[in-house]
Design a protein around this ligand. Structure first.
Ligand SMILES: Nc1ncnc2c1ncn2[C@@H]1O[C@H](COP(=O)(O)OP(=O)(O)OP(=O)(O)O)[C@@H](O)[C@H]1O
Length: 362
């Protein structure tokens, strides 16, 4: 566990973070510009010192104000990957990978090179590499120092969409294969949905919410951050059947209910995260007959929230261990006389769950 309990005054910003982060998987640090994300990772990496508190990784104090401990960056065994790759232009990829790497373990070198697909690039120079390739070299360089944790500050932000897509599988593979905890700063909710296991939301230097991705995503604290078109629920599912003829996949949820989604993203038994947009869920008091919609779930209303402008109503629906949100109009809400505790059928447009909204989960 990484225990963070620090504060630091940064101009007008009082950065005051108290949180525990598991030492496995990817923890996304999310927040508006100026929330203190980079300042926090700089403190974790030892590039900046807090005013007070302590920072403990496993049994080791990286920083302890009272005990006057403040390990320099090189003694923290923490890798750092920035938004730009920061490679040495006059060194080849091999030279960049080996820079500052005293440990000449060829097996480890080969493992990292293979993991990041760098074999073909070893003799090339940074000026000949794409943004994504440069970033893979920067990640490789960080890994070769054998860090016990990796900090990544918006590593995809400078890349175009195809390069981002190219890099994401490497990042997933990294966390999984090397069992390396990663703290991943990002503005992008899409990136976070694809990558993160846990999420810490910073707001004006304070932790707004911190925990497993699904819990944070569904939390009341998170709702104001999601614009209406982003309002969605996150469900964990397992592919249990494929319909090759219609190119549909059957996803079973934790309680045994299931959804059919378009496309066959992965093999049977694969674990997936499914995002269901609230705008793609409609409600019916009786089970719809002869509907074109494949996914109709019996649910119970657990919350009804009218938007401030009263132009939209968010309805929280429970089924089994999960829940989803529906966005409906105030007119529909009144017409159906919806109330908390009432049973309703949620119709989910299968076509709304495109492949980009289905991220592989570990
Ligand atoms: N050394 C410093 N002295 C004074 N103010 C600072 C210092 N470092 C950071 N700040 C201020 O602290 C705030 C948080 O900055 P930080 O870069 O950590 O935010 P961020 O969440 O990473 O933002 P972004 O997403 O834009 O990168 C900003 O208002 C910044 O101006």
């Amino acid at each position: 566990m990484l225990t963070i309990d620090i504060n630091k005054q940064l101009g007008d910003l009082d950065l005051r973070v108290n949180a525990q982060i598991p030492m496995q998987g990817i923890c996304a640090v999310f927040g508006r510009s100026g929330a203190g994300k980079t300042s926090l990772v700089n403190i974790l990496g030892g590039l900046s010192t807090p005013d007070n508190g302590h920072l403990t990784l496993g049994d080791t104090h990286l920083y302890h104000h009272q005990q006057r401990i403040s390990l320099p960056p090189e003694r923290r065994r923490i890798g750092y990957v920035f938004q730009e790759a920061r490679l040495f232009p006059h060194y080849s990829v091999r030279g960049n990978l080996n820079y500052g790497n005293k440990d000449k373990d060829q097996i480890h070198f080969d493992t990292v090179v293979k993991l990041l697909g760098l074999d073909e690039l070893l003799n090339r120079y940074p000026s000949t590499l794409s943004g994504g390739e440069k970033q893979r070299v920067a990640i490789g360089r960080a890994l070769l120092t054998r860090p016990q944790m990796l900090l990544m500050d918006e590593p995809l932000a400078a890349l175009d969409l195809p390069r981002k897509r190219e890099l994401i599988p490497y990042l997933l593979q990294l966390a999984k294969t090397l069992n390396l905890p990663i703290i991943y700063v990002s503005h992008s909710l899409d990136e976070i949905l694809q990558l993160a296991d846990t999420m810490l939301v910073l707001d004006k230097g304070k932790v707004l919410v911190n925990g497993p991705l699904q819990t944070v995503w569904d939390s009341a604290e998170m709702r104001p951050w999601l614009p209406a078109k982003e309002q969605s629920s996150l469900l964990m599912a397992t592919v249990t059947a494929l319909n090759a003829g219609y190119r549909m996949s059957k996803l079973s949820l934790t309680d045994g209910t299931y959804l059919w989604i378009n496309g066959v993203p992965l093999a049977v038994d694969s674990k997936l995260r499914v995002r269901i947009h609230a705008n793609h869920v409609s409600l019916c008091k009786t089970r719809p007959q002869d509907s074109s919609i494949r996914n109709i779930l019996p649910t119970i209303i657990t919350e009804i929230i009218h938007s401030e402008a009263n132009d939209n109503v968010q309805v929280k629906l429970a089924f089994g261990d999960d829940h989803i949100w529906a966005n409906i109009t105030p007119w529909a809400c009144d017409d159906l006389a919806l109330q908390v505790g009432q049973s309703v059928y949620a119709q989910i447009k299968g076509v709304s769950m495109t492949e980009s909204e289905v991220a592989q989960s570990f």
